[in-house]
Design a protein around this ligand. Structure first.
Ligand code: URA
Length: 200
């Protein structure tokens, strides 16, 4: 069994926060174990909770279209969320839930070892770009320890707002060139709070 499958088994029995009581299925994440690009969303919604798979509802169908626009499909990338269980009624995740769940995402990143991490929406962005505003930094890349970090709007938000839709589609189209020219992306100094603070 792969290390990632073993991790899924651990996540499946996680009881670290209250969300465990209400979930139908845990949604650990899915995709290529050797993916170059890892997309990180917020939390499972109703469809994801039913199926145990990330981004399978309307936002997921839109994400599939966005991936197709750069000739990729979901089997060629890795897709995960900040939170692995659905918050009831699709409410925003609590800071305590994000903290409880953080270790799973960190271990996924370690195992996948992607060349590029794309954050989808502000909760995911807040983990990697603390105190930044998505309207300011979406579509711009930063490299730390040879990994490119790139913030995008959440596909669900973009689905319903025309201006964000244009932005997310343009931002997606920049990804192939960023990966191809990774060495030209400026290396940023790691801020002490990155990946350790959750001011969301
Ligand atoms: N929105 C997310 O952030 N993640 C999902 O898996 C589905 C919708």
């Amino acid at each position: 069994m792969s290390a990632l499958s073993e991790l899924y088994q651990e996540i499946a029995i996680c009881q670290r926060c209250e969300l465990a009581k209400y979930r139908t299925k845990v949604v650990p994440g899915e995709g290529a174990e050797e993916a170059d690009i890892m997309f990180i969303g917020e939390a499972p919604g109703w469809h994801e909770d039913q199926q145990g798979r990330p981004f399978v509802g309307p936002a997921g169908q839109y994400l599939d279209q966005l991936l197709a626009s750069i000739n990729l499909n979901r089997k060629q990338v890795y897709i995960a969320n900040v939170i692995k269980c659905r918050p009831q009624g699709n409410r925003d995740p609590l800071p305590s839930e994000i903290l409880s769940c953080r270790q799973w995402l960190e271990r996924q990143i370690e195992l996948i070892h992607p060349r590029m991490i794309v954050t989808l929406g502000r909760y995911s962005m807040a983990m990697f770009f603390p105190k930044k505003s998505i309207s300011k930094i979406h579509g711009s890349a930063e490299k730390r320890d040879n990994v490119i970090y790139y913030a995008m709007y959440h596909p669900a938000a973009a689905l319903h707002q025309q201006s964000l839709r244009r932005a997310i589609e343009e931002d997606m189209l920049k990804i192939p060139a960023l990966l191809a020219q990774a060495e030209s992306v400026a290396e940023a100094k790691r801020q002490p709070e990155q990946l350790t603070m959750f001011e969301v």
